[in-house]
Design a protein around this ligand. Sequence first.
Ligand SMILES: [Mn+2]
Length: 400
Amino acid sequence: MKFVHSADIHLDSPLVGLRRYERAPVDELRLAPRRAFAKLVDLCLQERVQFLLIAGDLFDRDWTDFGTGLEFVAQMARLCDADVPVIVLRGNHDAESAMSRSLKWPPNVRILASDHVDRVTYDHVGVAITGQSFATPDVRTNLARTYPAPLPGHFNIAMLHTALDGREGHAPYAPCALLDLIHTGYDYWALGHIHAHEIVHERPWIVFPGNLQGRHVREIGAKGACLVSVEPSGVTVTHHALDVVRWCSLVVESPASIDALLDEAYRGMEREVADACGRLVALRCVVFAEPALYTELTANLDLIEQQLRACALRTRGGRAWFERLRIELNPSASDSLHRQLFSTTVDDSLRSDLRAYISMLNRKLRGCTEAEAELRSADDPLDSLFDEARAWLNGAGNEA
Ligand SMILES: [Mn+2]
């Protein structure tokens, strides 16, 4: 018996702010979740699976028109023709109360109830699927605790949209402890909500497939769904990459010069493009620079971004689009600054390092007008800053 476990499809998730970047492939990025969804259906048909699971956040939000719903119907109809049922759980993004419009789904689509724990059984393949949808976006109760005992004589799957006991960057919806799930007797926990793929536990299986298509630079690497095969010899879970656009973050540490930065970034781009097997690759570059280079980079930011954009265009045998450059001061440089502040003499290199810090603060404070004005008011704010820092250090010393 085979099935596909997917989650967090976020169909028609809007793009935020990409238009401001030069040559952004806006249409390709906007349509990526739909194209990845069609590839998910392709996988189900190729593998002749018994059913497809969608463990929450199928839709990104309340539809602005019926286009999103119609796209879902079109894809589900392909599975209906092949007699493949689809079991859908509602998550925080597409909770019952959050969706004001609906369509009549093809008969193979079964949405799990949100007002009680629901169960679907397919006796011909010996499977029971149990789960409760989100009634509202903000579910903070432990839903898993209310799931009934598994159905005897069946392979028991539980579907749940949850952050488990907490995952960085994800709201703690439907929290539960791993042990809550392990001891229930279910064979496979088909989870959703966390956008990174993770096999949390084996036997019983507790799995996040991750989201189907990365939507921005915080969702990097291969994205897709899990093909699960249940045989008398055991269960195997295989993650399949189904994304059509791949997001990457290239980190360059302490380059010696701008040319060195461009060379290293280009080599990284070539690597990512090769790994992406023909997909469009969307790249961001994060550079951790020493103070001197930091100042040079911030002063020439636009030119360097265009250079990096040109690097992306000339990667071989693939398609890459450079989003933007993020510049950070190397953390080890900041450590050395802290050490120097404890010494009594302030040398010129410290002064220039601090100017780099102040220019960084100025950039980060853009929009915080009051603080920015204060920083800019003095011709050279360094002397008063040194006095303040020393006074603070002396005070701290006295207290200790
Ligand atoms: Mn989600």
